[in-house]
Design a protein around this ligand. Structure first.
Ligand code: NAP
Length: 305
């Protein structure tokens, strides 16, 4: 099969498209013909070598996690999935490839009326949001700030919180304010003066903060909430120095529990993540370049080979 292979860390041009051995589904795994790939900023950091200490990789390497496709073989002991099923979720072997293996608990069936391109926008946003905000014990009627509300994770976080009856203040660049309003959030511009702008938008006070984008927002978050306890970040690894917890997912243990129902809600038209841009497989390096630009509305999708 063909895959985009890294032979070492580097810029976007470090990928080479070539033949690699076909993976074989082991016990508890399915092999998936990849039809759509979701690009996550973590993968650009892995490619650059910034994650080498915490997530070591061996070269040549095929990276990528989020995928949607069709099951083409099942390993021993697999129940609930069969050849031909449309699934979405997380790859165990790297999704930047024609075929990838997934643990059966890391994928979920895609409802018939949801395209695989739309399905692939869901798993990371929903799983990350649910896992990260669980310790915050957010209740209906509370006010929560989502910092970095317009991207792949933020878009989903806003929709899940709004659906739970939470008042959401979302930070974004001006170009994304109307979009955030359409999701049910109150938009506020990030940058200097953000604390005052959020206080003006939420005179009732802020109960909790979900920091998606990082970018030095933690001191402002502490000021708004009045302490570090009801703040969680997924991207600022300096936050523990200020008493704020980081929710870091272990890629080898992510499960479909956090997103399977979100696929159903997407199929019902109740939630969606806009596709910021779609790229052909061979143009995946351009998708990384766009991701690193850092100003996305929704999610970048790469088509399978
Ligand atoms: N720990 C975990 O489990 C986990 C899981 C998933 C993702 N992550 C991390 O979470 C981060 C976000 O992921 P993502 O997929 O949502 O990224 P993304 O789709 O690239 O979105 C990034 C968003 O950040 C916003 N932004 C840019 N500069 C900002 C600033 N100074 N202040 C506030 N917002 C700003 C942008 O909004 P505008 O366009 O409006 O500027 C953009 O919508 C990444 O660092 C990723 O690696 C962590």
């Amino acid at each position: 099969m063909r895959a985009l292979v890294l032979d070492g860390f580097g810029d976007e041009d470090a990928f080479s498209l070539r033949e690699v051995p076909m993976p074989v589904a082991g016990p508890g795994e399915v092999r998936i013909r990849v039809h759509a790939i979701g690009i996550n900023p973590l993968e650009t950091k892995i490619r650059r070598g910034w994650m080498a200490e915490v997530m070591p990789i061996t070269f040549p390497a095929v990276i990528g996690s989020e995928l949607a496709g069709v099951v083409d073989s099942v390993g021993d002991g697999v129940a609930g999935f069969e050849v031909g099923d449309r699934v979405a979720g997380f790859a165990a072997t790297g999704s930047y490839a024609e075929y990838a293996l997934s643990r059966v608990d890391a994928v979920a069936l895609v409802p018939a009326n949801l395209s695989l391109e739309d399905a692939v926008t869901i798993p990371t946003g929903a799983e990350t949001t649910r896992r990260a905000i669980a310790p915050l014990r957010i209740a209906a009627g509370e006010t929560v700030v989502v910092n970095g509300a317009a991207g792949g994770v933020g878009s989903m976080a806003v929709q899940l919180l709004v659906a739970d009856g939470v008042t959401v203040i979302g930070t974004a660049g001006e170009a994304n304010h109307e979009y955030l309003r359409s999701l049910g959030a109150v938009p506020v511009a990030y940058g200097d003066g953000v604390v005052e702008r959020i206080r003006a938008a939420a005179p009732q006070g802020v109960d909790a903060v979900f920091d998606v984008a990082g970018q030095g927002f933690i001191p402002a978050a502490i000021e708004l909430v009045g302490g570090p306890d009801r703040i969680i970040t997924i991207s600022d690894f300096t936050a523990p120095g200020l008493g704020v917890a980081v929710a870091a997912g272990d890629p080898t243990r992510l499960t479909a529990d956090g997103f399977a129902d979100a696929l159903d809600l997407a199929a019902q038209g109740v939630l969606s993540t806009p596709i910021a841009a779609t790229f052909a497989f061979a143009a995946l390096p351009d998708a990384h370049r766009l991701s690193e630009g850092g100003h996305l509305r929704g999610k970048i999708v790469v088509q399978g080979l």
